[in-house]
Each structure stands twice: as C-alpha cells, then as structure tokens.
Design a protein around this ligand. Sequence first.
Ligand SMILES: Cc1cc2nc3c(=O)[nH]c(=O)nc-3n(C[C@H](O)[C@H](O)[C@H](O)COP(=O)(O)O)c2cc1C
Length: 197
Amino acid sequence: MAEKFRMLGFAGSLRKGSYNRSLLRAARDLKPANAELEIFDLEGIPLYNQDLEQQLPEKVREFKEKIRAADALLIATPEYNYSIPGVLKNAIDWGSRPHGDNVFDDKPIALMGASIGMIGTARVQYHLRQSCVFLNMHPLNRPEVMVPFAHEKIKDGKLIDQKTRDLVKQLLEGLVLWSTRLRQGLAAQEGRPGKAA
Ligand SMILES: Cc1cc2nc3c(=O)[nH]c(=O)nc-3n(C[C@H](O)[C@H](O)[C@H](O)COP(=O)(O)O)c2cc1C
C-alpha cells in the first residue's frame, strides 16, 4: 500500500469551544483518502525564551519533531486585534529557532481561519503569509478559506455550512497536489524520481 501523505494541523486558539479547532476537526473528515491529518495541540508550549534554545522544553521538542515528520502543515487561526494570536506566533517563533534549525524551512502549508466578525481572518492570514516569506514556507494560494460569522456556520463543534465544507475540502486537495508538485520539482532538480502523494 502506498504511504499516506502526512499533514500536521494546529490551531491558534486554546479555547475548548474554539471555532478554529472545530475547523481543524472538520478538515480531518474532509481530507483526501490518501492523506492523514494529525492535530497538534499548542497548549503547554511555554513562552519563547532564547535562553532555553539550547535545551528546548519537551513540548517544543515534540512540536518540532512532528513538523519535521509532516509532508505539509495546516493552520487554522483566529484573528486577534487584526493579527496573529500570541499562542500561534509563540509556537512559530519556537519552531524557527535556534538559528539554523528552522523546522518550517521548505514546508508546504495551507491556512484557514474562522472569526465571529465579517472579515473572517483575512488580516491575520496575510500577516501569516508575511512570516511564511521569512521562514521559507510555501503557502498554497487558493482557495482562501476565511470563515466570517463562524458562530452561524459552526454549531456544537461541527462545521455545518456546506459551502465552507466544500472550501475546506478543496483546500486540502489543493495542499496535497501543491506539495506533490513541489516535491517532484525538487526531485527533478536533484535528478532523482519524485515520490507521488
Ligand atoms: C483578544 C481578542 C482579539 C480579537 N480580535 C479580533 C479581530 O481582530 N478580528 C476578528 O475578526 N475577531 C477578533 N476577535 C474575535 C474572534 O473572532 C473570536 O473570539 C473567535 O471566536 C476566536 O476564535 P476561536 O473561536 O477559534 O477561539 C478577537 C477575540 C479576542 C479574544
């Protein structure tokens, strides 16, 4: 049997009833059959402190290992004060350090986000894309999954809005294809056969 395409997802909210955590769970149901999606909980990652870089906290070590093992990443995040929630930015900062050990380097990634407001996380997603430049990640451009009025589309932890479900499905299919193209491009550059997803 062909090896499954491995995605690692994490949410920028620790809230139990988080709409973004619900989006991630929905993604687990909507992913392509040849893919698996593990959800990593950022709860317990301490505040970044450069003094600890040479002896990473256990939870940070675990986070970095999971990212390394993943073929692609999926982030679901709320927007806080027009930008990236501290919980998520903190985790990204840990993953990018120490200097020379940025686990995000060359990773394909897809972004999505849910908000109770009408803009649906557009601003935080573009801020995240800016960080992707420095981290050398490869974000999928389309579809943009920005879920406004999340309280109307997610009920009791379930994504009930069909249009949003379709978009999430497209996002995951797109991520698998995008990652395969990147992998094959890299393999061609290096003169070896590329592994198909
Ligand atoms: C500190 C804070 C800042 C927020 N700022 C924004 C914002 O800039 N834009 C927005 O659309 N919603 C904002 N919200 C509302 C969030 O969309 C809402 O709380 C949402 O449910 C958070 O996502 P979650 O359900 O995954 O926790 C903010 C909420 C908090 C707690």
